[in-house]
Design a protein around this ligand. Structure first.
Ligand SMILES: Nc1ncnc2c1ncn2[C@@H]1O[C@H](COP(=O)(O)OP(=O)(O)O)[C@@H](O)[C@H]1O
Ligand SMILES: [Mg+2]
Length: 355
């Protein structure tokens, strides 16, 4: 069942179209990330779903209810912003109770709901404290409790972890997933951090200049990016521009790259994307025969050591490759080393739109 349904939504500010024809569905109980660079329209889309912004065109449905013109307070939505501003003079319980009071839920019933929400965010026993007695991470959990105490049908999170330091952020990521699983809340999470999106979500929607350019499971969008933008935004990629031949794709340096993708007709210009961790480096003396179709002689040009992994750059007749390698060997390869780069044709991903 679809919990949130956005169809043909568009929004302009002045002459600038911030969202163009957004159509997408958020399944009941799913965790979806809206991922895109700053200014791509993530917050605007979230605010349209919440009701803070009315779209110029299109429709927003919550379940079977058309809420396009329904005000925020009548939508039954929970929202957490980047700056989670608790009321400093009020107790944690009163902060959490904020949305309940407006719905006329008071007394013992309110107390029960507050306790339930604080338990869910693992802050039982904090009801009578004041925000300043809590750490940043704990305050963010209170903000989360405040958003879910009214049992909303959808939870909207706008970069809620971006103000936290790295360690706390990772801790809260784990917590968020747990809370989402336990509550079963349909969650839409805005982030510009690709790793965060891949780690947390059932689905990732990639936004580029007001459009959703791809939506899918984390493995799908990472392993099979559709465009150069999607490939680049989700991590490092080697782009190989070339022309389709009967055997694969002939790139500028004259080499032919095999791809398992269904290639367009011979002669068409295309771009293949190959992730740096998919490429294996074989040194001349450790070379072995296997069924990898792409075997390219190359020379290491740079080598960056980062403890668990190494980043290499290699050159093959003018074509540069970036390669990530596990730190398995006794010594990292030095610039000048002669190697063979190999990868499976399955990892030569065909991008749409050509070079
Ligand atoms: N209220 C507004 N008035 C004018 N321009 C706005 C307003 N809100 C957002 N914008 C513009 O819309 C674009 C998208 O903004 P936003 O949705 O906040 O992007 P993101 O959250 O992806 O960074 C930006 O160029 C921003 O400046
Ligand atoms: Mg934003």
């Amino acid at each position: 069942m679809t919990a949130v349904d956005v169809s043909a939504v568009a929004k302009s500010y002045g002459k600038i179209e911030v969202l163009s024809d957004i159509t997408t569905h958020f399944a009941e109980g799913s965790f979806t990330s809206l991922l895109g660079p700053s200014g791509s329209g993530k917050t605007t889309l979230l605010r349209i779903i919440a009701g803070f912004v009315i779209p110029d065109r299109g429709q927003v449905m919550l379940g079977s209810r058309d809420v396009t013109q329904v005000p925020v307070w009548a939508r039954n939505i929970g929202m957490v912003f980047q700056s989670y501003a608790l009321f400093p003079h009020m107790s944690i319980a009163d902060n959490v109770a904020f949305g309940l009071a407006r719905r006329g839920i008071k007394g013992a019933e309110a107390r029960r709901e507050i306790d339930r929400a604080l338990e869910l965010v693992r802050l039982p026993g904090f009801a009578d404290r004041k925000p300043k007695q809590l750490s940043g991470g704990q305050q963010q959990r209170v903000a989360l409790a405040r958003a879910i105490v009214t049992r909303p049908s959808v939870l909207l999170l706008d970069e809620p972890l971006s103000a936290l330091d790295r360690r706390l952020r990772q801790e809260m990521q784990v917590e968020l997933v747990r809370i989402q699983r336990e509550s079963g809340l349909t969650t839409i999470f805005v982030t510009h951090d690709q790793e965060e999106a891949l780690t947390l979500s059932d689905k990732v929607a990639i936004l580029d200049r007001g459009r959703i350019v791809q939506i899918g499971a984390p493995t799908e969008v990472y392993e099979r990016p559709r465009t150069r933008f999607a490939a680049e935004f989700l991590g490092d990629t080697n782009f190989l521009d070339g022309t389709v031949t009967p055997d694969g794709v002939r790139i500028a340096n004259g080499m032919t790259i095999a791809s398992a993708a269904a290639l367009p007709p011979v002669g068409d210009a295309v771009t293949l994307a190959v992730r740096p961790e998919k490429i294996e480096i074989e040194t001349a003396d450790a070379g072995r025969a296997d069924d990898r179709a792409n075997r390219i002689p190359a020379t290491i040009t740079t080598s960056v050591y980062a403890g668990t992994a190494l980043t290499y750059e290699a050159e093959a007749a003018g074509q540069r490759f970036k390669v990530f390698a596990q730190n398995r060997d006794a010594r990292p390869l030095a610039p000048g080393a002669a190697v063979t780069l190999s990868w499976s044709p399955a990892h030569s991903v065909l991008l749409q739109g050509g070079p």
